[in-house]
Structures are given as structure tokens and as C-alpha cells.
Design a protein around this ligand. Structure first.
Ligand SMILES: CC(=O)N[C@H]1[C@@H](OP(=O)(O)OP(=O)(O)OC[C@H]2O[C@@H](n3ccc(=O)[nH]c3=O)[C@H](O)[C@@H]2O)O[C@H](CO)[C@@H](O)[C@@H]1O[C@H](C)C(=O)N[C@@H](C)C(=O)N[C@H](CCC(=O)O)C(=O)O
Ligand SMILES: Nc1ncnc2c1ncn2[C@@H]1O[C@H](COP(=O)(O)OP(=O)(O)OP(=O)(O)O)[C@@H](O)[C@H]1O
Ligand SMILES: N[C@H](CCC[C@H](N)C(=O)O)C(=O)O
Ligand SMILES: [Mg+2]
Length: 498
């Protein structure tokens, strides 16, 4: 693509230098610049991308895009393009250089505090059943239709994102499911991505370190739907909204008739409505009323919250024309989402589950679901991440304390924070509940599993699929599921004294 054509896509660019050069790539990371690359200098949270313009030039950039006037010393032959919004320019350029891959796919995006990964996995499963090849992008992995690789972000930056979508389209995927995080919306990582359906799962407390207030967090989520309504990029996106959720109802009111809509949940106004939910340790079933018909939906997933994820997936898939009857049938073989209510084994009548609950609402859901399986006791092992929303800590403590018989508080990813100090903040919410604090996570898991007796369930919450643990000075290999299996295997013959 010629630079002149690329910058014509920007909003009011002011350009100098040679614009008749071929552009091979675009990036906002100077370290990734090579010959033919356009470097977009983004002002980040911690660093100003303009500091890296000299490195980008050294590495062979053909153009610099920035939101301030050209620096002195800038070589004349390299184009300099002034724009008002560098993130917007980056997203537009990334999509153009990759050949607008989102327009070649039936793309379903999922946003909301909890349930994005699960719902995206379910949609991917339904798409694959009906279309053979489909892509998946989110917290756990990216599947480009041929191979799955671990993910670094829930929603990667626009350059990576468009690169993944292009690979999906090249590999013959007809569609894809992807997670849309609030960071992704706020930082315009999904700007210029054409969606066919946009799902809103729910909104409860998380990420207030970043957004400040719950309403600001909600406004960010809502802005994605508003931007799709304002510029659908040649598609007719359908908004798929959980209207049992208060913020979901607000979103419906805000959108009015700006987007076609599917409402889902248990309430009577839903277009995809669940009824008669039943579950056992082997799975769940419920009756779905949709499109004037009734269906019996069976799934190996457990938990009332997974009814919402299942409804969202069925509605989202249906919005991109996956036949509903086929989708309902495929739900019976829904995949195990790594680290989401994952059963890690049973020994001596002690069952262990690993789950990614790391918000107060998710932890409450996870504990309630396991409590509904009528264990003798529910023992919950959990912590809270460092350098993230501190307000969650006592609330997570309260949720676990309310629905568990005993808790072991431990470290999650402390990051730059003091692990003991994080535990103290969780303890503030534990009230009169029975708990112990054990800072070492492997030790905490071992203590819980070895102390459990016949009929008990141990829930290890917060890190799910994560294969690491992050500390201030190091990141170690760590996997809750591995630790759980090890502790189960090493269980002493006689359970230790409780
Ligand atoms: C808070 C946040 O989202 N931060 C992201 C943001 O970082 P930042 O704004 O601080 O960037 P910065 O480090 O100041 O750098 C500014 C610019 O200089 C560039 N740079 C930097 C160094 C260099 O040598 N050369 C260079 O050009 C950078 O590429 C960047 O464009 O932009 C960076 C580059 O795009 C991201 O890597 C970084 O993600 C950090 C690592 C992160 O942890 N993000 C998490 C919170 C996140 O995004 N999570 C959500 C999921 C949340 C959920 O589960 O709901 C996600 O979607 O994954
Ligand atoms: N629809 C839901 N409503 C409430 N809680 C849920 C829902 N779905 C899943 N959960 C809980 O939230 C946890 C995280 O689920 P999931 O990974 O699907 O969500 P996510 O939105 O992708 O999270 P993240 O933003 O961290 O990637 C689960 O392990 C479960 O405890
Ligand atoms: N995407 C989420 C993941 C949190 C997972 C939890 N294990 C933690 O580290 O807090 C976040 O960055 O807030
Ligand atoms: Mg996720």
C-alpha cells in the first residue's frame, strides 16, 4: 500500500516528506520497526511514544505519525504525518495494511465483566460445528483456524489483532469469536474492526484502578456499541444484551433502535429466554424459548451463570446465521474452557475445581455453584491480583466467606505489591468466617486439599488457566491445576486434623 493512500484514511492528516513510498507494516512499538514500516508514536500510560522516534528512524521507518509538530533533526526524506489522535490512526492503518480482515469474517465480539472467555469459546465451538473452520481470540488463546497459541492480552493491540484476523481469513475461517475488553475499547484496539454481533454479558465491579468509577467503566463498554451504531463499517451489527443485568437494561435504553437487538436472560421480555434450569455434577439443562419455538438445551457446563453464557453464545451464533437447532444440539458437547470450573480430579471423596473467578461477582457465582452440588464442606482457596482494582479485595473476601465453609487466603499475582499487604485487605471483608492466610499459593493449595475430608469440594479460584505467577522481581511457572493434581496425589492416607 502506498503511504499517500494510507494517510488519506486518517482524520485531517498534515503530511510532509515523501508520501509515494510503499508501506509494508505499521506499528506503535519502535522495537518492531523495519524497512517500510510506519511508526505511530502513541502517548502511553507510562511512556510517551515520541521518545522512541529516533529508534524508529534508525530501524528504517518510512514515516512517523505523531500528534505534535515534527521534531528538529527529522530527516526530510522520511514522511512526517501529524494527526490529532494517534491511537485512532494506528487502528485505521493496522486494519488497512492487513487488508481489512474483519470485513472478510462473520465476527462476534463479547464484552462484559465476566463470561467473555467462556462465551467466546462456546461461539467458536458452534461456528466450528456448522462451518468447519472458525477463529477464536481472547484471554486464554488465539486460534487462527489452523493452530492455537497462548494469548498475551484479552484484546491485543490493533496491529496484532488485525494480523490474527487476517490469518483466520487466509486459513479459510468463515467466522470468529473474540473478547473485547474495556482496556481494548478505551485504547481503541478495536476501532475500525467490523463486527456482525456485539454481546454484552454483564457489568459488576472490576478494573476501577483503570476506569475510576463503575459508571465510567460502563460508559466505556457502552461506547463500543455506540460506535458500532454510528459506523457499522458496511455491516449490520446485532447487539446481543443480557437484560437481567441492570447495566444491560441501561444499554438497551441507550441504544434505542440504533442497532437491531437480541435480549437474553430469564426475564419475560427476552428474545432468547431460559426457563426450568436444572443442574447436577455432570452438567445442566434448561428450556430455551427463541424465535417462537422451544428447545431443550443440555450442556456439560455447570452453574446458573453458564446459562447466561450459553444463551449469549446461542444468540450470538444465531445473529450470524448459525442455525439455532444445530447450535442447540452442539451445546451438548460444549468444550471445557481451560481453567473455568475445571474439575481437576477426585480422590478419597475430595473433589477439586479450578476457576478463574477474580471479581466479587464471579467468586460468588463460583462458590454458589459448587455449594449447590451439596458438598459436606466447600473450602475456597483464593487471593487478589496486585496492581489492580484494590476495592475488589474485601468484596471478594466477603463473597468467599458468605458461600464457603472455610477459606484459605493466598497470593494471586502480587505483581509489584507486598503479598502480605494484599492479604490484609482481603481479610477486612472476611467478617467472622473461618479462614487462614497462607501467602505461598502452592502451600495453600496443598493445605486445603490435604485438610479436606470425604464429600468436600475444594475450589481454587482466581488464576484459572494462567501458567505463571507474577511477583515484583520475578515471574515463575505456576499452574493451579498442576498444583491441585500434585496435592491430590500426595494426599496422606489419613486426612490431617482439621
Ligand atoms: C494499562 C494498559 O492497558 N497498558 C497497555 C499500554 O501500555 P502503556 O500505555 O503504559 O504503554 P507505554 O509502556 O507507556 O508505552 C507507550 C508507547 O511507547 C511504545 N514503546 C515503548 C517502548 C519502546 O522501547 N518503544 C516503544 O515504541 C509502546 O509500544 C507504546 O505504544 O499499551 C501497551 C502497548 O500497547 C500495552 O502493552 C499495555 O498493556 C499492559 C502491559 C497491561 O497489563 N494491560 C492489561 C491491563 C490489559 O490490557 N488487560 C486487558 C484485559 C482486562 C480484562 O481482563 O478485562 C486486555 O485486553 O488484555
Ligand atoms: N456470565 C457470567 N456471570 C458471572 N460470572 C461468570 C460468568 N461467566 C463466568 N463467570 C465467572 O467468571 C470467571 C471468569 O469467566 P470468563 O473467563 O469466562 O470471563 P472473562 O470475562 O473472560 O474474564 P477476564 O476479563 O478476566 O478475561 C469464571 O471463572 C466464573 O467464575
Ligand atoms: N485480565 C484480568 C486478569 C486478572 C487475573 C488475576 N489472576 C489477577 O492477576 O488479578 C486483569 O488483568 O485484571
Ligand atoms: Mg477473558
Amino acid at each position: 500500500m502506498i503511504l499517500r493512500d494510507l494517510i488519506a484514511l486518517f482524520d485531517r492528516p498534515l503530511a510532509t516528506g515523501n508520501l509515494d513510498v510503499e508501506v509494508s507494516a505499521v506499528t506503535s512499538d519502535s522495537r518492531l520497526v523495519g524497512p517500510g514500516t510506519v511508526f505511530v508514536a502513541v502517548r502511553g500510560e507510562s511512556r510517551d511514544g515520541r521518545m522512541f522516534i529516533p529508534t524508529a528512524l534508525e530501524n528504517g521507518a518510512v514515516a512517523i505519525v505523531a500528534d505534535s509538530a515534527s521534531e528538529t533533526g527529522h530527516p526530510e526524506e522520511v514522511a512526517y504525518v501529524h494527526v490529532n489522535d494517534t491511537r485512532r490512526a494506528l487502528a485505521v492503518a493496522a486494519a488497512a495494511v492487513a487488508g481489512e480482515p474483519s470485513k472478510k469474517l462473520k465476527l462476534v465480539g463479547v464484552t462484559g465483566t465476566n463470561g467473555k472467555t467462556t462465551t467466546a469459546f462456546l461461539i467458536h465451538h458452534l461456528m466450528k460445528r456448522s462451518w468447519h473452520r472458525a477463529g477464536l481470540l481472547g484471554t486464554v488463546l488465539v486460534d487462527d483456524g489452523e493452530e492455537a497459541t497462548p494469548a498475551n492480552f484479552t484484546t491485543p493491540g490493533p496491529v496484532e489483532l488485525n494480523g490474527f484476523l487476517a490469518r483466520m481469513a487466509d486459513h479459510g475461517c468463515r467466522g470468529a469469536a473474540m473478547e473485547v475488553s474495556s482496556h481494548g475499547i478505551d485504547q481503541l484496539r478495536v476501532h475500525g474492526i467490523a463486527f456482525d454481533a456485539a454481546i454484552f454479558s454483564n457489568l459488576t465491579q472490576d478494573h476501577l484502578d483503570y476506569h475510576g468509577t463503575l459508571d465510567a467503566y460502563a460508559a466505556t463498554k457502552f461506547s463500543w456499541f455506540e460506535s458500532l451504531a454510528a459506523d457499522p463499517l458496511g455491516k449490520k451489527p446485532v447487539a446481543v444484551i443480557n437484560t437481567d443485568d441492570g447495566y444491560g437494561e441501561k444499554l438497551v435504553a441507550l441504544l434505542g433502535d440504533k442497532l437491531p437487538m437480541i435480549r437474553y436472560g430469564f426475564n419475560v421480555h427476552c428474545d432468547f429466554r431460559a426457563n426450568n434450569f436444572k443442574q447436577s455434577a455432570r452438567g445442566m439443562e434448561f428450556e430455551l424459548t427463541a424465535k417462537g419455538k422451544s428447545y431443550l438445551v443440555r450442556s456439560p457446563l455447570i452453574g446458573r451463570f453458564n446459562v447466561y453464557n450459553t444463551l449469549a453464545a446461542l444468540a450470538g451464533a444465531s445473529a450470524v446465521k448459525v442455525p439455532l437447532r444445530e447450535a442447540v444440539a452442539a451445546m451438548a458437547e460444549a468444550p471445557q474452557v481451560p481453567g473455568r470450573m475445571e474439575h481437576c480430579g477426585t480422590r478419597d471423596g475430595v473433589s477439586v475445581f479450578v476457576d478463574y473467578a477474580h471479581t466479587p461477582d464471579a467468586l460468588e457465582n463460583a462458590c454458589r455453584t459448587l455449594k449447590e452440588l451439596n458438598p459436606s464442606r466447600l473450602i475456597t482457596v483464593f487471593g487478589c491480583g496486585g496492581d489492580r482494582d484494590r476495592g475488589k479485595r474485601p468484596l471478594m473476601g466477603h463473597a468467599a466467606a458468605t458461600y464457603s465453609d472455610a477459606c484459605i487466603l493466598t497470593s494471586d499475582n502480587p505483581r509489584s505489591e507486598d503479598p502480605e499487604a494484599i492479604l490484609k485487605e482481603i481479610e477486612a471483608g472476611m467478617g467472622s468466617a473461618r479462614y487462614r492466610s497462607v501467602v505461598d499459593r502452592a502451600e495453600a493449595i496443598r493445605i486445603a486439599i490435604h485438610a479436606a475430608g470425604k464429600g468436600d469440594i475444594v475450589l481454587i479460584a482466581g488464576k484459572g488457566h494462567e501458567p505463571y505467577q507474577q511477583f515484583a522481581d520475578r515471574t515463575i511457572d505456576f499452574d493451579d491445576r498442576r498444583e491441585a493434581r500434585r496435592a491430590l496425589a500426595e494426599r496422606p492416607e489419613e486426612p490431617r486434623k482439621r
